[in-house]
Design a protein around this ligand. Structure first.
Ligand code: FAD
Length: 447
């Protein structure tokens, strides 16, 4: 069967609105946001229902053509980008964006995979409930992408990762079969927990078309505090202090290096450095746990502080090329990692500017490095590979991970092989071969 026949079949399945080969339409879908991975595609299809996804996948399977699912394309490892052959079909979930149902008494909602995360948060809020998954890309990432990458974000400390927010899934399998696992019950020990296989599988085992999500009570009154510390170890001491006082009610706990604030001040309109010497939580200051504290006095002030946090990735992008390391270590070893990691940055990328921030409450740091001002971007990236290896080795030696929350995609595939060799990678290969025997679901990603 020819490519032309497949294209005709796909057009028939999705209609004119769900089909494009136009270069300008395709452009934003063929590169990830840092421009480090770029691909081509035979066609981009945007189905509007699970039935259409199933028909597309089975038509592609019959032609032995690969399908690459794409959500909001905010992923940072190139997982949603087709390869350079121009022979893969890009499947965008963007048109599947309905909230199917919401049940406050059951604390659950059922949504299409293409729903934008911020819309899901809002729908939960409107129903008097809370959906805790939150990340800086929430205005454009989709729940299907969040689940396919097992996204983390700000509230993992209190609520867990995306994985913990799922009650059930609907998935289109490699041959087009629809698995309807959209249950909303909390307890179901009938056999293997199949849904967990697809969460974090980055589109390589099945295409998530819908999810039943767990909702939580609204958090009630929250306090947002920005504390200045001089050493990363003080952050861990502060977290421990806070937990003694409020137990597991600490919802988010982020570490932000001062360079992040300087970058944000430079690139985010209307921002200003938040510290002006007014210490408000005197005991913490007197005890030497922190150097200065600002407490948001209103929801607006809290939003301003979080806006600065969310602006860090874009601000860093404006500073030129960067090396990104999404690592995790046991929380107790964060300070040691920062200390040793900073020395590696200084020795292996002289002039490189360390931009460390992240969700340290759960041991996750974005240990990024921006190029020296005015330097050559490509040269910096190439020289950076030795640093990347050294930082991943450091995290590994501390019992941590080289990929805490962003996944593997295509850019970290070799590292997966390196750090998770042996039985673990063989198990992953066995799963992939069982669920996608002809390797047509997002081939070349993860393993
Ligand atoms: P995409 O980028 O489109 O796809 C990601 C992967 O999932 C690809 O492999 C794709 O093939 C697959 N996929 C997408 N949809 C489906 C589907 N329906 N079924 C099967 N596979 C699918 N990530 C975090 O975890 N925590 C953060 O705090 C965080 N902060 C970020 C901040 C910024 C500014 C940016 C740009 C990104 C951030 N990310 C973060 C990374 C990214 O937002 C997440 O990985 C997000 O979950 C990706 O969702 P997406 O819809 O954009 O997926």
């Amino acid at each position: 069967m020819s490519t032309a026949t497949l294209l005709d079949q796909l057009q028939e399945i999705v209609g004119d609105h769900g089909w494009t080969t136009d270069e300008a339409d395709l452009e934003p879908h063929l590169t990830e946001r840092r421009g480090m991975v770029r691909g081509k595609t035979l066609v981009m299809v945007s189905p509007s229902s699970t039935r259409e996804v199933s028909a597309i996948v089975s038509a592609c399977a019959a032609h032995n053509v690969a399908v690459v699912p794409q959500g909001g394309n905010t992923g940072l490892c190139g997982g949603a980008i087709p390869d350079a052959s121009g022979e893969q079909v890009l499947l965008s979930l963007a048109r599947m964006n309905s909230i199917r149902s919401i049940d406050a008494s059951d604390n659950s909602m059922v949504v299409d995979a293409g729903c934008i995360l911020a819309d899901i948060q809002q729908a939960a809020h409107d129903a008097g409930r809370y959906f805790p998954l939150s990340l800086a890309a929430e205005g454009s990432c989709q729940i299907g992408g969040n689940l396919a990458t097992n996204a983390g974000g700000l509230n993992v400390l209190r609520y867990g990762t995306a994985r913990q927010q799922v009650l059930g899934l609907e998935v289109v399998l490699a041959d087009g079969t629809v698995w309807d696992g959209l249950r909303t019950v909390c307890k179901d020990n009938a056999g293997y927990d199949i849904k967990q296989l697809f969460i974090g599988s980055e589109g390589t085992l099945g295409i998530i078309t819908a999810a039943a999500l767990r909702l939580w009570p609204q958090p009630g009154e929250t306090t947002t505090i920005l504390a200045a510390i001089e050493q990363p170890a003080q952050a861990i001491a502060l977290l421990s202090c806070l937990r003694e006082v409020v137990g597991d009610n600490v919802q988010a706990f982020e570490l932000i290096s001062d360079r992040c604030f300087r970058f944000v001040n430079r690139h985010l309109p209307d921002s200003r450095l938040p510290f002006e010497g007014e210490g408000e939580l005197m005991r913490l200051i007197e005890d030497g746990v922190v150097a200065d504290v600002v407490v948001a006095k209103s929801a607006h002030e809290a939003q301003v502080l979080w806006r600065m946090r969310h602006a860090i990735p874009d601000a860093q992008r404006s500073e030129g090329a960067s090396l990104k390391h999404d690592i995790s270590v046991p929380t107790s070893r964060i300070a040691e990692f920062v200390d040793q990691g900073a020395r590696l940055v200084a020795s292996l990328t002289p002039g490189g500017r360390l931009v460390a921030f992240g969700h340290v409450g759960d041991g996750n740091l974005h240990f990024n490095v921006s190029q020296p001002p005015g330097g050559d971007a490509e040269q910096f990236r190439q020289a950076g590979s030795a640093l990347t290896r050294a930082l991943y080795d450091l995290a590994d030696s501390m019992g941590g991970s080289f990929s805490a929350e962003h996944g593997i995609g295509v850019t970290k595939r070799n590292w997966l092989e390196h750090y998770k060799g042996g039985a673990e990678i063989e198990l992953m290969r066995t799963l992939k071969a069982a669920l996608d025997p002809h390797n047509t679901l997002n081939p070349g990603k993860v393993i």
